[in-house]
Write a protein that binds this ligand. Structure first.
Ligand code: SF4
Length: 235
């Protein structure tokens, strides 16, 4: 049955976070209801029924994009792959990928922890949303991710300004006091917005703010935007 809502399936280099530089196949689900103000993938928001594929078609595209199955790494992203409309399909896909020996990352928007999926997935990239996104992350969800999956997860926060940095720092300190956070890297991604020139000053400021408080974060930019510019898709 054609019931996988898919935006795109393509091969690219991981551009952000602790797995930066790793070639993988991106399976981008179509549909997201989170509504981040600074989203750079608004084309993935609509739950567009015209974008459907079967599981067989998705697997064929993954194998083809991976040079006929030579690249065995997949990142499941969106949209929001953890939206309840997607999760049954994501679970089917994850089971099939694991049968074929794939390593799997999932990009989680920070709004849901889905244990039956996270139990099967190799690496969880979980967002802490900063004020400039206009979305709030429940710290109890971060706590669950760290406690249950902390040795194969990262927390990621896009930081645009000092208020964003301070919010991430506040959450980091609370989690340090309440969990074994030291097991889990927390990546701060300096924002590089659509249509913007490379924000050199923002990068420099964030590195300074981080160092002034003892460098709790790893500051890692989005490599694909340096190479191709902030607007290019599927890179
Ligand atoms: S969760 Fe991701 S796709 Fe959805 S609005 Fe936020 S940045 Fe965009």
């Amino acid at each position: 049955m054609k019931d996988f809502l898919i935006n795109s399936i393509y091969r690219a280099t991981e551009g952000e976070g602790v797995n930066i530089g790793q070639s993988q196949i991106f399976v981008r689900f179509q549909g997201c209801a989170v509504g981040c103000l600074n989203c750079d993938s608004m084309d993935t928001w609509e739950f567009d029924p015209s974008t459907v594929m079967t599981l067989k078609e998705v697997m064929a595209a993954v194998e083809y994009q991976g040079h006929i199955g030579k690249i065995k790494r997949v990142s499941i992203t969106g949209g929001d792959p953890l939206h309840p409309k997607h999760t049954p399909r994501v679970l089917e896909l994850v089971k099939e990928l694991k049968l074929k020996g794939y390593w799997i990352n999932i990009e989680a928007a920070g709004t849901r922890v889905v244990d039956e999926l996270f139990d099967l997935i190799d690496f969880i990239s979980f967002d802490f949303k900063t004020p400039s996104t206009g979305v709030a992350t429940n710290p109890q969800l971060l706590r669950r991710v760290i406690e249950q999956y902390g040795n194969r997860a990262q927390i990621k926060s896009v930081v645009e300004n000092k208020a964003d940095f301070s919010a991430a720092l506040f959450a980091h300190q609370w989690l340090l006091e309440n969990t074994d956070l030291y097991l889990t890297p927390w990546v701060v991604t300096p924002a590089y917005n659509l249509g913007e020139d490379f924000p050199e000053k923002r990068f420099q400021d964030i590195i300074s703010w981080n160092e002034e408080v003892g460098a709790p974060f790893r500051v890692i930019g989005q490599q694909h935007k340096w190479i191709f510019g902030p607007d290019k898709k599927q890179v």
